[in-house]
Design a protein around this ligand. Structure first.
Ligand SMILES: *Cc1c(COP(=O)(O)O)cnc(C)c1O
Length: 394
């Protein structure tokens, strides 16, 4: 019997053996020719995975929060106005970072599980002149997906730079930086990028770089300052050695392998696979009559799901039983409803078999909690929805 469970949380996720092998290879110098080549390739592939024609990639040692911090530190000067399209915990975190760097923050909010309408965001943009607008593509605390395409277009129309927190979306959800006019998108390695935790990835489009270059005050974080990192990223991409801070050598090798796998699958195929995984989980939850945090089907992300516990069943009742049945899931995160729901991650290398195993484990646990349902109904619904979406969509 294998003594590990299937890790189905919204990051870190399960990683491909080739990625883990790269991580375990002997560490080279950060200026060794093969590392320079791998880092250079990883930067080029990062641009491709973000679907950016002309963005500047920054790959730094750190988590997703560092990616958020970096974007804000380099684009905000004290007194700048920022609009936060707020869909949960990570939008709140973005606001805290903005405030830390001196921004005046306005929120457009929705009740938990909802998202502000395009009209509400447009009304806020009309009222004031904002330097940046931030969007959490998938808020991992609510599993709500934002309409980045429409929002980025709106930001552009009102002369605000759009910053997209894509930590739970890049390489899973459809995100087309150049085509949609997104100015900055960012993520972390341990989510759909499918590399163990430790890398922060940011791509800054031309307007964001112009805005950075026009700053009147210094960037208030020494480590994050693009003035320090831009020459390094440019050097590696032109296959030259360079140093500011030691790169996470093994993680960069692993990133290069994972980005290769992502590009080999193809982004359109990958977006579609995530849609199908999302559809499968949604269908299963519906057939098991479990409510979800997103208040409407079209608000539900495809990289994770957030089901509510049935009446009378708590996290302590359910999740340890799911774990015993072989699958690790995550508890709630949004402070307002933390005890009321749990989270299932289904991104990166996750396949339909993983989803069926997960739904099966949830059914086993529900049965042990004496929840009334038709055994196997969730698994059957997931299977049908996955196949239908894969055959039909795109
Ligand atoms: C996970 C996550 C973060 C934070 O990333 P860390 O690597 O934990 O710092 C930020 N935003 C979103 C949307 C996330 O899902």
């Amino acid at each position: 019997m294998k003594d590990r469970t299937l890790l189905m949380i919204p990051g870190p996720i399960e990683f491909e053996p080739a990625v883990l092998a790269a991580l375990g290879a002997p560490t080279t110098s950060h200026v060794a020719p093969d590392f320079i080549e791998a880092f250079g390739q990883a930067l080029e592939k990062t641009r491709k995975v973000f679907l950016s024609d002309d963005g500047q990639p920054f790959v730094l040692a750190g988590s997703g929060t560092l990616a958020m911090d970096t974007a804000v530190a380099n684009l905000i000067e004290p007194g700048d106005k920022a609009l936060v399209v707020n869909t949960g915990f990570f939008s709140d975190r973005m606001a805290l970072i903005l405030e830390r760097y001196g921004a005046q923050v306005t929120h457009v909010k929705a009740p938990v599980g909802g998202r502000p309408t395009i009209e509400e965001v447009a009304a806020a943009l009309k009222k004031d002149r904002f330097k940046v607008m931030t969007i959490t593509h998938v808020d991992t605390s609510t599993a709500v997906i934002a309409d980045v395409k429409a929002l980025a277009q709106l930001a552009q129309q009102y002369g605000a730079l759009s910053i997209v927190d894509g930590v739970c979306s890049v390489a899973g959800e459809e995100l087309r930086m150049s085509e949609w006019g997104v100015d900055v998108a960012l993520t972390a390695s341990q989510k759909a990028i499918s590399v163990p935790p430790g890398l922060a990835l940011v791509v800054a489009g031309p307007r964001a770089m112009q805005s950075f270059k026009a700053r009147k005050t210094p960037v208030m974080s020494y480590y994050s300052d693009w003035a320090n990192w831009l020459p390094i990223m440019e050097a590696y991409e032109s296959r030259k050695p360079s140093y500011f801070g030691t790169p996470a050598v093994n993680l960069v090798f692993a990133l290069n392998v994972s980005l290769d796998q992502i590009l080999k699958e193809g982004l359109d195929a990958r977006f579609k696979r995530h849609r199908a995984l999302g559809a499968a989980v949604q269908a299963a939850l519906k057939s098991l009559e479990l409510d979800q945090v997103p208040t409407r089907a079209e608000f539900a992300a495809h990289t994770l799901s957030a089901p509510r516990y049935p009446q009378g069943i708590t996290q302590a009742d359910l999740l340890p039983k799911v774990q015993k049945a072989g699958v690790t899931l995550a508890g709630g995160l949004h402070p307002a409803i933390k005890a009321e729901y749990f989270r299932i991650g289904h991104m990166g290398p996750t396949n339909s078999g993983d989803v069926l195993a997960t739904i099966g484990a949830i059914e086993t646990a529900l049965q042990q909690c004496n929840y009334a349902f038709t055994s196997g109904a969730g698994v059957a619904a997931a299977q049908t929805a996955y196949q239908e979406t894969i055959l039909r969509f795109l």
